[in-house]
Design a protein around this ligand. Structure first.
Ligand code: COA
Ligand code: MG
Length: 312
């Protein structure tokens, strides 16, 4: 597991919360139907930052019990390498969530993803369940992270209480398909129908020091389209993407890792800034463009992401 480290003193001037310095790298989050041992075994070998063993939408109602059992066994017997081991349980209030957790937690996942989150109450419930499991098993308190998938109109409207519900929460995830069906929108490649919500999720994540993980791209044979949507999400501030197929992992890892040109430019900005600071100059010009504090902070973020991905 790579860790973001080395945020510089520059961030201490910031008014907003900065990303957690020990945040996991989550460029690629691959969903795997929990009832498919074959897919779980394959997923463990693919180099995804996160493998998410699913009990919710990827599993038929008749297979929920089988998925719980296969996930518990997989967590106990399969080596996932450097991939984070995440589980997705069914939504709070579905009637399935308590058993989902009870029958899989002994596999000691790294993190639990709660879908269709609409309130802080749902996250408080999960937080309490995880605290109890940690106590019962003698695991470190607060060690299992929580992620909230926000994908309903109510979830979007309640983002502030969701994002601030518990310190155990480390990421917000945006679900476009469920949101579109909830609000009566028709999905299009341009995704303007979900743009307000997509933007609201990443903004609330930043405001509360959380990661933001972008929507699924369902056409898993269209790599160009996937790359375009990854870049758009990255430009909006997302740090990773939900994925459904092995083909999508390499493009997502690439799109959410700063490339050579971005790293070189960020280095030049930071160096020039330090020189100008030393001579008492705040704003200055570099390559014909104005550089001031926000530009420098953005450059620092690029370098931190590059370091986290092992690129510098
Ligand atoms: N995780 C792990 N392995 C996967 C995978 C996934 N999400 N999706 C496909 N694979 C495997 C397949 O098993 C196959 O491996 P094999 O040849 O060794 O059997 C290989 O990758 C190629 O798969 P392919 O034939 O192209 O796709 P498919 O028809 O088997 O599956 C989906 C297509 C969409 C059903 C499948 O990708 C999937 O289940 N995705 C996840 C869906 C999901 O979780 N949805 C809910 C969250 S949004
Ligand atoms: Mg869903």
């Amino acid at each position: 597991m790579a860790i973001l480290t080395g945020y510089d003193a520059i961030f201490t001037n910031s008014n907003s919360l900065t990303p957690n310095p020990t945040m996991r790298v989550r460029r690629s989050l691959l969903f795997v139907p929990g009832d498919s041992r074959r897919k779980i075994e394959k997923a463990a070998t693919l180099g995804a930052d996160v493998v998410c063993l699913d009990m919710e939408d990827g599993v038929a109602l008749s297979q929920k019990a089988a998925a719980r059992e296969s996930i518990r066994q997989a967590l106990q017997s399969i080596n996932f390498g450097r991939s984070e081991r995440m589980i997705r349980i069914n939504p709070y209030g579905s009637g399935l969530e308590t058993e989902d957790l009870r029958l899989t937690i002994s596999g000691r996942p790294d993190s639990v993803l709660l879908p269709k989150v609409e309130s802080a109450e749902a996250l408080h419930w999960l937080d309490a369940q995880l605290t109890a499991a940690e106590q019962a098993n003698g695991w470190p308190a607060g060690g299992i992270e929580m992620l909230a998938l926000v994908e309903t109109a109510r979830g979007i409207v309640n983002l502030k209480e969701i994002a601030s519900a518990t310190p155990r929460l480390t990421a917000l995830i945006f679900g476009a398909e469920d949101l579109a069906s909830d609000i009566g929108a028709v999905r299009t490649p341009e995704a303007w129908e979900v743009f307000y919500a997509r933007s609201a999720v990443v903004t609330h994540a930043a405001a509360f020091g959380l990661q933001a993980i972008d929507m699924v791209f369902v056409d898993f044979n269209d790599t160009e389209g996937l790359l375009r949507e990854c870049r758009q999400g990255m430009q909006m501030g997302y740090s990773g993407k939900q994925l459904i197929h092995p083909n999508q992992i390499a493009p997502a890892n690439e799109a959410f890792t700063p490339d050579d040109a971005a790293i070189a430019r960020a280095r030049r900005i930071v160096e020039a800034f330090e020189q100008h600071q030393a001579t008492g100059v705040g704003a200055f010009a570099l390559d014909g463009k104005m550089v001031d504090m926000p530009v420098v902070k953005a450059a620092q973020q690029v370098l931190a992401k590059a370091r986290a991905a092992g690129r510098s």
